[in-house]
Design a protein around this ligand. Sequence first.
Ligand SMILES: [Zn+2]
Ligand SMILES: [Zn+2]
Length: 397
Amino acid sequence: MQADSSSETKFAGQTQTAKAMAKFGDDDGISDTFANMAVGECDSKRTSYIPWDEYFMAVSFLTAMRSKDPCSQVGACIVNNEKKIVGIGYNGMPRDCSDDILPWNKESEDPLCTKYMYVCHAEMNAIMNKNSSDLSDCTIYVALFPCNECAKLIIQAGIREVIFFSDKHSQKPVTIASKRLLDMAEILYRQYVPTQKTIKIDFGVTYQAEQSDASNQNGSISPATPRDINKKRDDYLAWGEYFMAMAFLSALRRACIVNSESKIVGIGYNGMPRGCSDDKLPWGKSSFDPLKTKYMYVCHAEVNAIMNKNCADVAGCTIYVALFPCNECAKVIIQSGIKKVIYFSDKYKGKPSTIASKKMLDLAKITYCQYNLPCRKVIIDFEAIDWNIASQLPPSS
Ligand SMILES: [Zn+2]
Ligand SMILES: [Zn+2]
């Protein structure tokens, strides 16, 4: 069933600029940074936060940048009723099948020498990588309308809705068959139209004051970089870069927990506690009355990422955070069993809350290190989609 897409949430008062903007609280670990979003007044709730649909579609595009396919990078993101991400995938060779050995070619006289025989689509991988017990009533966000093979998996997984970006292969039999199946199974599908053309995750701009040397020098990564189409691409996002970008993509949503299999098991952002209206609580940073400041009420991203986990526990996991965790978050990190903290900035290192945090993390033998990979700009370019998914499907089908 085709659902109406005109009821999409729109940004309230958002600017169309794709420039990364940053703003830090000056007296705490709470930052109001977001690549690409306008920053609202400090004393009121931001109204320019990224809508959920846009966020999850951006996650799927960001994930596509992990793909090694030279021609076609597709990502998928599965979200449950509580808006938690429960599965992420990108197109690639099956687990344990070396992508250096299998072919990436699109064309060959021998079908066994093309990638089509071997590549798993993003939808399949997102479903198989799920870290919740089942996917019933979930929504899947995909760049390209799912093919019939993926539609079978989506239906059997119990997914209820498909949100796609492009339907460029709508005339191909694989897409027609896919819609036939989805219609019969009464699975909703609708096209997503982004409110902005690109989202830039620019570590360099965001943390310029602190990290100006490490950043900015390494060029940028975006899907539309020309390359040899018969070879595995080598400029795909590294895991660390991907997880850190995921933390940054989340705007105020700024912590990302990853398990030993490189699966994201929790994402969190700063916000008022569940069920506590963020219209009624204060967002101010300074007041004579501490009850009129946000500090009494806001939950930090680390705490929320841990509480929002979608697996039984986060023992042994790694948490990626924009800013070194405060002492309150360190307590929760330690109690949760997380074993490693990777932070981007330590700008409050002189403050008691950071010193106490390190003292406890040291005692608990939790390792922490500053993210030191090259910080390329990550550009999520919704407009590059036609190029980006040029050859997900074999030419003949
Ligand atoms: Zn497919
Ligand atoms: Zn904290």
